[in-house]
Design a protein around this ligand. Structure first.
Ligand SMILES: Cc1cc2nc3c(=O)[nH]c(=O)nc-3n(C[C@H](O)[C@H](O)[C@H](O)COP(=O)(O)OP(=O)(O)OC[C@H]3O[C@@H](n4cnc5c(N)ncnc54)[C@H](O)[C@@H]3O)c2cc1C
Length: 1015
């Protein structure tokens, strides 16, 4: 989605050494520029095509499209466009005229939006007029969709395909679809593709022959051409596990490829998001290596890897003697890729500037033309241009000329509903022209429609420049290299710390830049994946006995107490350095640490990686915040009166950490206590002392490097009931940082409140407890997102995160058996059944064993209680292959849940989800709030007023809108709840450290005999 501002402000805080790194990133284009002769040829071919197109009478769709009322308004007002396109995205979910009107009013009354004349009256309509207004807007949107979508299915689209053929235009049919989230949906896609491949041929074979469309320089070109999306045939198409993804894909693809071979149909593999790119290339080559069929592949020039990708495919084709067609496109997901890369902190895979994409397109054309087979029997690539840009097309035509190749060597492909004049012009020029014709229902079609709307209205769009803005020929055909003047915009990830400024920079801390979250591993990258795999294999969990006795704990507190004064008075910047040194050590061994987490706590790859990243983040973040707390801050500017405020550490801290974030939380609490000058005794969870020991060793090493006194940090692996209990009751302890269950948390709070005579202070307890988190799925939710968001939030790490979703509240005004409820449950159920159960160190696994036998026993008792209370088991053990791994519990989803059901009220800490029905949004909010826990919550909705209400009324510590409710990031989503979820401030937030210090204030009278220095 493109609701993203591409503008950013350079930070004023960029330090010099950072500036030099950033300046180095302004690199000259890697792509070569054109010669004057070549430019002349391009100009000639392009001018000819443009003249033909502009004079063409029969296809004025492009112009008409812009004249459509909604488009006209969108072009004139950016704010209107944003809200209108958002409304279009939500539109298919709106099933009644009231909903349509309501949502339209919501979107059009957003700040900064001015409804155009005509529409403003419709918005104010009441009664019958409301229905009329809804009908009008519905008609307009459906009309726009019909511009781009040829029919609901192949049969519906056939008259259009026949008409196109008669007009001298071939086709490639594409199935529009929802995201494929389950095996059942992948099976359904397979059936539809098979239907196309088997049945289109019958009709097409009756069409008149057309030499231009059916023959290239090597021979026959198939009439029927079907485009498939690899991710639609494999619900778990996932680069983290490439082999099994390809295997699973081939199970469904093989019959399609066989049918295609039998029927002489070309199968084109579309290209999707960058994360799938390498896997799609591998899948395509594998399919070609194992099956004889007419094969096509879309490749994207907006990728920085475009030229290398082109060479890879060409070399493979020549080596294997295979002839394939490559449809070269620029790429449909530029906004998404840019946004996603920034969110992840990864290098952006797409070019920053449009001219670079255009230039890369031309470079890739050269590569493909150089590898075009010239005679039958030779392997190589036949080029199809997927572009509406006459400059890009003309560059390819010039390339043909330069190589003495004929027009029939290449093909021109364009989208249905776009640039009709160009299609006819190209046909007149003798080119083979093919339309990409999407078929499908309105709901899945909307995402496609929104992409087309964005493409057509983008200021970067050649079509808009050519057909709406009527730019002159020279500008339209200009060499892209001349547009860029050799300057590339900086990649956002390079300036991320300064751009976001999550903390102020401090020249004395770390790399002197503001804090920025540690980017997680990109498992689509074979190198990163390979390194991680090796590290996980080699990881050995340190053996640690939880055998420290209360007496030993007593000694540890005594030592910690004795060195407190020295650590309290230590240079705060040196204390911060302990954290940045620790972060550095963890970063240097990131994958190894993740391997230990994976093995010790059964976290799957991604979860283990995230755990380590979060630990690094806590160190880097708190290191930047702490030192300034110990400077005195002057309050006011009174003459003769110096008012100051500063902080001092509390004393001995006891850290009691949980097993579910065995490194991150242990490290976060310890780092916070240490950097604020407290001495610390760490008692890790009994299940995960191994990774805690590594953390302790890193920190001890860092402490030694800064010359800290011995005893500042001590490690106390032990049992909670005995040694843990003794630690929290020790009179010398000033602060206890605890994360864990409500029962233990409340016990600690109670114990800490006891103040014997000889205790000199009141203890502070920083306490994070559980959650019973709810996600609301509203009537206008995007189900693709909601299903995946609820599934991940409920079952990632086996539902053992305190933020995990365990209650899902589905709004359906039609009742518990209403259409929305059924559709959501069907998709969620099937999506969940598709999850893979297995060992955590196997990258294929989505769900691994729970932490131990005791936890498994508890979870199973809850599952039994749900059954005995008569709830419906939508998903359970029966739906998964039998695997004998200890403590492995399949995801469970129960429906028919009421507000008194045990699994609805009790915290479970396992893969059990209770789904409950709400008749409207008010009831959903009431239910969501109706629990004593107040940790996280989520809502999937596309109604702006419901988003606003949720922000105000859904009272939880961390609210997530239109995304899953887990995965808080340090500095970006400070984490923590209230109610029975905790008493502390938010971990990873700006005021967390305050809990480890006491404030001190001083007022000095600086006046002497009526004289003060300031006067
Ligand atoms: C037949 C056909 C099949 C297609 N199949 C696929 C497919 O499988 N996968 C896929 O991803 N797309 C596919 N597309 C969509 C295609 O990517 C877009 O339609 C195409 O990018 C539009 O390019 P253009 O040359 O027509 O227009 P132009 O206006 O010249 O180019 C627009 C394109 O430039 C790029 N761009 C825009 N802004 C910037 C910027 N600031 N910096 C860098 N680049 C920028 C984007 O890719 C944008 O789409 C297909 C298109 C056609 C015609």
């Amino acid at each position: 989605m493109a609701w993203f501002s591409r503008k950013y402000k350079a930070s004023t805080h960029t330090p010099d050494h950072v500036k030099s790194v950033l300046e180095a990133s302004v690199r000259p284009p890697v792509l070569s520029s054109s010669s004057p002769e070549r430019e002349q040829r391009i100009l000639e071919a392009g001018t000819h095509m443009l003249d033909l197109a502009r004079n063409h009478k029969s296809g004025l769709l492009s112009k008409q499209f812009y004249q459509d009322k909604i488009m006209d308004w969108s072009m004139k007002d950016h704010n209107f466009k944003v809200q209108m396109f958002r409304f279009v995205d939500a539109f298919p979910a709106l099933t009644t005229p009231e909903m349509v009107h309501d949502h339209l009013v919501d979107y059009m009354t957003q700040p900064g939006v001015k409804a155009p004349p005509g529409m403003d009256l419709a918005l104010k309509a009441g009664g019958v007029a409301k229905g009329l207004a809804a009908k009008t807007i519905s008609g307009q949107i459906t009309g726009m969709a019909h511009n781009f979508i040829a029919g609901t299915d192949a049969a519906d689209a056939l008259p259009m395909l026949t008409k196109l053929w008669k007009q001298g235009i071939a086709f490639s049919v594409d199935l529009l679809g929802e995201a494929c989230v389950s095996n059942a949906e992948a099976d359904a896609y397979q059936a539809k593709y098979l239907d196309l491949v088997e049945n289109l041929v019958d009709t097409a074979s009756g069409w008149e022959a057309n030499e231009r469309l059916e023959r290239d320089h090597l021979g026959i070109v198939p009439r029927v051409n079907v485009s498939i999306k690899v991710s639609s045939l494999c619900a778990l198409f996932n680069p983290i596990a490439p082999e099994s993804s390809i295997e699973d894909f081939m199970v469904r693809a093989a019959p399609i490829l066989e049918a295609a071979k039998r029927n002489g149909v070309l199968i084109n593999f579309d290209m999707e998001h960058f994360a799938f790119k390498d896997l799609t290339l591998d899948t395509f080559m594998h399919a070609c290596d194992t099956h004889e069929f007419e094969a096509g592949l879309a490749m994207q020039a907006y990728l920085k890897s475009g030229v290398d990708d082109a060479k890879l495919i060409c070399e493979w084709a020549q080596r294997t003697g295979r002839v394939v067609t490559v449809r070269l496109v620029k790429g449909a997901y530029w906004d998404f890729e840019t946004i996603h890369a920034e969110q992840e902190g990864w290098p952006c895979p797409v070019w920053n500037e449009k001219w670079q994409t255009d230039q890369c397109f031309e470079e890739m054309v050269k590569v493909f033309l150089d590898h075009c087979p010239t005679k039958a029997g030779e392997g190589g690539v036949k080029l199809a241009l997927g572009s509406h840009n006459v400059r890009s097309i003309a560059a390819a035509l010039a390339g043909l000329k330069e190589r003495g190749l004929g027009m029939e060597t290449i093909e021109l492909q364009m989208l249905h509903g776009m640039a009709d004049q160009l299609k006819y012009a190209a046909a007149e020029m003798g080119l083979r022209v093919r339309e990409y014709v999407p078929v499908g229902e309105m709901i899945p079609g909307m995402a496609y429609l929104v992409r087309r709307l964005l493409e057509n209205t983008s200021n970067e769009s050649w079509l808009k420049a050519g057909f709406l803005d009527n730019a002159d020929t020279a500008t339209l055909l200009m060499d892209p290299a001349n547009k860029g003047a050799g300057i590339d915009k900086q990649d956002l990830y390079m300036i991320a710390p300064e751009r976001h400024e999550l903390t102020p920079p401090d020249e004395m801390v770390g790399n002197a830049r503001p804090f920025y979250t540690e980017p997680m591993r990109d498992f689509a990258d074979a190198h990163q994946r390979g390194m991680f795999e090796q590290a996980v294999k080699a990881a050995v969990v340190p053996e640690v006995e939880n055998d420290r006795t209360p007496e030993q704990a007593n000694e540890m507190v005594a030592r910690a107490h004795s060195v407190f004064g020295a650590w309290r008075d230590f240079d705060p910047y040196e204390r911060a350095r302990v954290l940045t040194l620790t972060a550095g050590m963890m970063r240097a061994q990131r994958d190894e640490l993740a391997g230990v987490v994976c093995k010790e706590s059964s976290k799957t790859w991604r979860e283990a990686d995230a755990d380590v990243c979060e630990a690094i983040d806590f160190c880097e973040y708190y290191a930047r915040l702490a030192p300034k707390m110990f400077n005195s801050h002057r309050l006011g500017r009174f003459i003769g009166e110096l008012d100051e405020l500063w902080y001092q550490p509390k004393g001995v801290a006891v850290v009691i950490s949980p097993w579910n974030f065995p490194l991150a939380i242990c490290c976060g609490m310890t780092a916070a206590a240490l950097v604020t000058g407290n001495t610390v005794v760490v008692k890790p969870a009994e299940q995960t002392p191994g990774i805690a020991k590594i953390m302790f060793e890193f920190m001890t090493n860092a402490l030694a490097q800064v010359g800290a006194p011995d005893g500042v940090l001590q490690f106390c692996p032990s049992l909670g009931e005995t040694t843990g209990a003794a630690l929290v009751r020790d009179l010398r302890v000033g602060v206890i940082a605890f994360t864990g269950s409500k029962a233990v948390g409340l016990d600690i709070i109670e114990a800490a409140a006891v103040t014997p005579e000889d205790q000199l202070h009141v203890k502070r307890v920083v306490c994070e407890m559980g959650g019973k988190n709810a996600i609301i799925v509203d009537t206008s939710a995007d189900l693709d997102e909601a299903v995946l968001g609820v599934r991940y939030s409920s079952f990632a790490f086996q539902g053992q995160k305190c933020s995990a979703c365990s209650r899902c509240i589905v709004v359906d005004p039609e009742g518990p058996n209403g259409q929305r409820m059924r559709l959501f449950l069907e998709r969620l159920g099937e999506a969940t059944k598709t999850l893979v159960l297995g060992r955590a160190d196997d990258p294929n696994s989505d769900v691994s064993p729970v932490i131990d036998g005791e936890a498994a026993g508890n979870i199973n008792r809850f599952i039994e209680s749900a059954r005995s209370e008569g709830l419906t088991e939508l998903v359970g053990t029966k739906d998964f292959p039998e695997i004998t791994i200890d403590d492995l519990i399949a995801p469970h989803i129960f429906t028919g849940v009421t507000e008194t059901s045990t699994i609805y009220t009790q915290e479970i800490f396992g893969p059990v989800l209770a789904v409950i029905h709400a008749k409207d949004f008010d009831e959903a909010l009431r239910m969501a709030n109706g629990h004593t826990y107040k940790l996280t919550g989520g809502i999937f909705t596309r109604k702006p007023t419901h988003i606003d209400r949720a922000k105000r009324e859904f009272r939880v510590g961390n609210l997530y809108i239109n995304r899953g409710c887990t995965g808080a990031l340090v500095g970006r989503q400070p984490f923590g709840g209230f109610g029975m979820s905790g008493v502390g401030s938010k971990a990873g937030g700006p005021d967390y450290l305050m809990q480890f210090v006491d404030p001190r204030a001083c007022c000095e009278n600086t006046m002497r005999r009526g004289f003060a220095p300031e006067l």
